[in-house]
Ligand binder design. Structure first.
Ligand code: SF4
Ligand code: SF4
Length: 68
């Protein structure tokens, strides 16, 4: 089953990935991380198709897509 991993240390919280995902599986965290940034989080992993649109949109290369 495909899934993604978001690197919190690379994510700057721009939110572009939330727009890119056609299934709306990426949302922004409700609380800031240790760096004070509100980062992207992945939800409903069972619905991910592995399309990689979220990763392609990310300007900081913070998302890796796994198509296992
Ligand atoms: S790989 Fe595709 S379906 Fe999965 S989270 Fe990214 S944009 Fe959404
Ligand atoms: S597009 Fe990249 S940097 Fe922007 S919120 Fe998503 S994971 Fe973070």
């Amino acid at each position: 089953m495909p899934y993604i991993k978001i690197d919190e240390l690379r994510c700057k919280g721009c939110g572009l990935c939330t727009i890119a995902c056609p299934k709306k599986l990426v949302t922004m965290s409700d609380t800031p991380n240790s760096q004070g940034l509100t980062v992207a989080v992945f939800s409903d992993p069972e619905k991910c198709t592995g399309c990689a649109l979220c990763a392609e949109m990310c300007p900081d290369v913070a998302i890796c897509v796994f198509k296992e």
